[in-house]
Design a protein. Structure first.
Length: 499
């Protein structure tokens, strides 16, 4: 609420200005604290930005720990329109030559004429037949009976065939009943047979019972014929998964010559993951270095040098740099003769990730990673993550590797965790941000207390100056009365002398 006061009416003093000046003097400590808060907020925001960058870096480090990003295999075909393949990660890297002379087909038969041309009926009108026939179940090999009544139409007959679930699909196109095997290959040919009553199949010009042939075989049942690495094969399906372990061949068309199918590492995925990691690491490194460097008057950037001399941040920078350049813990081993040997792939540098200069920035040679993946994909991934084995060669579920060490350290920076004795360990980097925020909160609390005191002080000054004005006004009034009395007294004496 605003305060209305009229200062100096009796004394002639500008008491409002005096009060403001006194209050301003008392506000100086508050203004210093407010200035300090602004500085601390910049420091807090710097730590907040660092922590966000570290969090993003950890996300990418965890991608380095994903086997699927480095051990995923892909099949590349020289003629993808004719042949392709899907592979599982346990497949063997190899190159196959395949020549396809015939694809497997699904047996398809149809009525020779439409139901309108044959019987002068629509697909929904009663056919008037009464009889039965059987259809072979392609899955079990047994036969299923189809009963036809006088009230059946071509459409309801289609539904009965589909309802038998014999592995044969019935449909109607332009008044023609069409049957198609759900499976390809000669062994999955459609088989029909007349049973009793009207010979419905013959009446519909679908199957000639006497000749045991179809009136209109639109697609004959065929097997796939192909040659794989010089060996001829015949299969009922164009999806072949029983020749190479963890590899399924997909036959799409006939080839004029051998097509090459190469199974190898999906290097593009691995390159993308490592490239993103290097980019984020350099971003973190650059941001930290700017905050630690000496302030430069020529560069008007208040954030530069904001954390100069901060030992925690300096340690974070050094540790990150050390972790990306260190070899894995088991990079040396003893051979059968007891001699110490060094693994071919032992650090990020052996995968193409190296430090540019003393400032810790990384560079990435994609060709080196591709060559390593083609040579030994398991060895590449072991640089990033491996499982320690016990003396019997059994996994201990304890992991090592560059990505593992980085992930563990970043977790220690960003997340609280318990030590072996159950004590809570505060997150190193996050705690810096929280510590600055606590100082800000404390300063704001002190400012609030001082503001409240200052308000009471101002109210007291107003009361005091108001009382002073009242006293002065009273004194002025009394002085005026005395002056009037004196004047009256002087006038009275002059009158007496004259008389």
């Amino acid at each position: 609420m605003s305060r209305i006061s009229f200062g100096g009416l009796a004394s002639g003093l500008d008491t409002n200005t005096l009060i403001k000046q006194l209050i301003q003097l008392e506000r100086e400590p508050i203004e210093k604290k407010e200035k300090k808060i602004l500085e601390l907020e910049r420091v807090r925001d710097a730590w907040r930005d660092i922590n966000m960058r570290l969090y993003n870096l950890r996300t990418l480090v965890q991608e380095l720990r994903d086997r699927n990003n480095f051990l995923t295999l892909q099949a590349t075909s020289s003629e993808p329109s004719a042949v392709s393949a899907t592979v599982k990660n346990k497949a063997t890297q190899a190159v196959y030559e395949i020549q396809i002379s015939q694809l497997a087909t699904q047996h398809t038969v149809a009525m020779q004429s439409s139901v309108d041309d044959l019987l002068g009926k629509s697909t929904t009108e009663y056919l008037g037949f009464s009889g039965s026939f059987q259809i072979k179940d392609l899955r079990s090999g047994s036969f299923k009976e189809i009963q036809v009544t006088p009230t059946d139409s071509l459409n309801s007959l289609k539904n009965k065939i589909n309802g038998a679930q014999a592995g044969v699909t019935a449909s109607i196109i332009a008044g023609h009943l069409i049957l198609k095997s759900s499976l390809s290959g000669v062994a999955n040919s459609i088989e029909l047979a007349y049973l009793t009553g009207d010979d419905v199949l013959d009446e519909l010009a679908l199957y000639d019972t006497a000749g045991a042939t179809f009136y209109n075989e639109t697609v004959a049942a065929r097997d796939a014929h192909f040659n794989l690495n010089g060996i001829n094969f015949v299969r009922s399906s164009n999806e072949v998964s029983d020749l190479i372990e963890n590899v399924t061949f997909h036959l799409h068309g006939v080839t004029t010559g051998p097509a090459q199918l190469q199974i190898g590492a999906d290097t593009e995925l691995a390159i993308s993951v490592v490239r993103e990691f290097v980019g984020q690491f350099n971003s973190v490194n650059h941001f930290i270095r700017e905050r630690l460097e000496k302030p430069n008057e020529e560069i008007r950037d208040a954030s530069r040098g904001l954390l100069q001399g901060n030992t925690t941040l300096m340690k974070i920078e050094r540790t990150l740099r050390t972790l990306v350049n260190s070899p894995v813990a088991n990079y040396r081993y003893q051979d059968e003769e007891g001699n110490w040997q060094q693994k071919k792939y032992y650090a990020l540098a052996s995968l193409g990730v190296t430090t540019i200069d003393k400032e810790g920035y990384l560079q990435f040679d994609e060709r080196k990673l591709v060559a390593a993946l083609e040579d030994d994909p398991e060895g590449v991934f072991a640089v990033l993550q491996f499982e320690y084995l016990d003396e019997h060669g059994v996994g201990t579920r304890t992991y090592g590797g560059v990505a593992v060490e980085l992930d563990n350290y970043l977790k220690r920076l960003l997340q609280a965790e318990q030590d072996s004795q159950g004590r809570l360990l505060r997150p190193i980097s996050r705690d810096q941000e929280a510590a600055v925020q606590r100082r800000i909160d404390e300063l704001r609390r002190r400012i609030q207390i001082r503001e409240e005191r200052l308000l009471r002080y101002e109210e007291r000054l107003v009361r005091q100056f108001t009382a002073l004005e009242k006293h002065i006004a009273t004194m002025q009034s009394q002085s005026q009365e005395m002056e009037n009395m004196i004047r009256q007294f002087v006038g009275f004496g002059h009158y007496n002398r004259r008389n």
